[in-house]
Every structure is written in structure tokens, then in C-alpha cells.
Design a protein around this ligand. Sequence first.
Ligand SMILES: *Cc1c(COP(=O)(O)O)cnc(C)c1O
Length: 368
Amino acid sequence: MKVPFNVLRPQYLMFKEEYDRAALEALDSGWYVLGEKVSQFEKEFADYVGARHCVGLNSGLDALILAFRALEIGKGDEVIVPANTYIASVLGVTENGARPIFVEPDEFYNIDPARIEEVVTERTKAILPVHLYGQPARMEEIMAIAKKYNLFVVEDCAQAHGATINGKNIGTFGDINCFSFFPTKNLGAFGDAGAIVTDSEELAERVRLLRNYGSVKKYYHEIEGVNSRLDEFQAALLSVKLTHMAELEDDRRRVAEKYLEEITNPLLKLPKIKEGFKHVWHLFVVKCNRRDELQEFLSDNGIGTQIHYPVPPHLSGAYRRFGYKKGDFPITENYANTILSLPLYNGMTNEEADYVIQEINEFKGVSV
Ligand SMILES: *Cc1c(COP(=O)(O)O)cnc(C)c1O
């Protein structure tokens, strides 16, 4: 049997007729960028998250870039970011000229609130928690620190649509919060797309200006903007998928729960879920000291896996100028060397999951 790490076609086929109808309708409408379908989706997504405003954008990275720009965070400012994250989170900060200050993760792979206060300085303007792999960061503790030092909070929700803490949605804690709808995300479009959500009318309006060349009305440019507009196709298709989010979330949870219950190999550490936190299983990440052997063993048996992420941002070539070296963030670096993401996607069958479980439980490791 072959089990890919991820495939997108099965979830398209789940609601194919609805997607096809929405796509043709968008094509037939004669209006393709920033129209009624975008406004409609923005309303629906704001409701889904429980935020007052949503502004549709071109990508998750644009959401992060424009969130910090709307807060006027830039040169000379510092933003506290998780060391264990996807580089896009950090690019949202550095693209504005601000300096990322990395903080080690907790046992849930998210930024460790206990280590945040020690890096706060006079230049600190914001904290950027990332809800990595689909589990919320510890927002209550993070918001208390932000309040104490008067810092903005920008949540990176790209991997956690629908995740909650004691019933409260992620994306409703911070000042301005960012989502990606890249096709592989839990709410994925059929191309690039993203959005910010916020309760602030003023911040929403600023991002609305920024995304469309800073124009208040056509050809009147009040501020220096960019082009990060959402198109009608993606909005229409996202509206369809949004109506099925509960079902899609349960479908991922079915696979994750099988893994949690049936993987018994003592060489692997399974993900832990914090009490009261709803994990939405963007990724199922295990930890194994013989990770590379495990990955090769699974690959030899037809099972695809990935590493999220093999090189932490502080050691990536992109940030060589900051001068970090190996050993600066040992917990993060240990994770990068030992974590592995197992196959998990909408439409994955129980037989496929059974096969992954069976092979993992047979893994013994070849070396001593
Ligand atoms: C995917 C992702 C992003 C960026 O989203 P794009 O739509 O790909 O630009 C940002 N942060 C995290 C944590 C992500 O997983």
C-alpha cells in the first residue's frame, strides 16, 4: 500500500458539485477581483472566527506583513516570535524592518510564555504567537504579559482555523490576527489567499487601504499601499468550504485520534494536547530520536512524511545577518532534528491510517 503525506484531490471530490457550481458562477459574473463574493466571504469568515472584521488578502504572508504595517511597527522595533515556527511568521516582522526576538517552545511546540518576559525590552512592540500544527498557543498567559508591558499581539492562525481555548476561538485574542488559505491549510483555497481579522474598525480600514494601493477611492492614494487583493474565485470557493468546516475538522480528528490510540511504539513521542485546548490537527507531529531512520523506513514502505521544519528560522540562510549559531536555541534545534509529520489529510481512509500505524509499530531502528 502507498500512503502519500498529503493529497488535495479527495477533499475537492467530497463537495465537487458545490465547488464546480460556485466556480462557474464566479466566472459568469464578469467581476473577478474584490467584489461581492469577497465581501460575502469576509462577513462569513468574521462570523466563523467571532471577530468584527475580516479583510481578504492575497496570502497568509501578506496578512502578517500588513498586520504589522497597520500597527506601524517597523525599523527600530522588536517583535517577540516563536523560535519554532515556519519562516513566514518571521518574514511578516522583518519585511517591515523590525527585529524578531526568538523565544523557545514549550512541550506543545508553541512559544513558551514562561520565557517571554526575560526578552522584553524598551524596543519591544508586539508578541507574535503562532498556533503551530493546529494547537493554540497559551493565549491567556501571553495576553497577560502583553497587557503588563503594553504590547500589541498579532496571532498567526495560519495552521489553526477553528481551534479554541476553553471554547474561545483563536483569532479573537490578539489585536489583529492572520490567516492563510493556502491550499494545504485546514481551510484551504484553490490557489493563494489569506486574511486578517480584528475587532478594530480602524485597523481593518487601514489594511483595506493597504491591500489596494492605499486608495480610498479609485486613483486617490492616501497611503503607500501594495497589491494584495483577494479574487472572486477563491472567495466563492472558500465560502463553500467554510460551510463544511465542522465536517472537515472531524474528518482530520478521526485520523489523529486513531494515531493517538493505536501508535504504541515506545521509540515515538506522540503530540500532547493541553487541557481545555481544541487541537484541529493541521499536522500530526511525532518526536523520535531516530527520526531520520524512521522517515527512511516509512518511505521504504510507501509512506510519505515531512519535517515541519528541518531548519529553524534563526539558522536559516535568510537570517544569516542576525549572526545566530547552532546551540543558540537548543530546544528548537532539538525539535528540528527529531520531529516528523505523519500523513494526515481530508479524505484519508481508515485503511490508510491503519497501514501507517502498523508500519510505525513495526519500526525498531537499524542502528544501536
Ligand atoms: C502557511 C503559513 C504562513 C503563510 O501563509 P501563506 O498563505 O503561505 O503565505 C504563515 N505562517 C504559518 C505558521 C504558516 O503555516
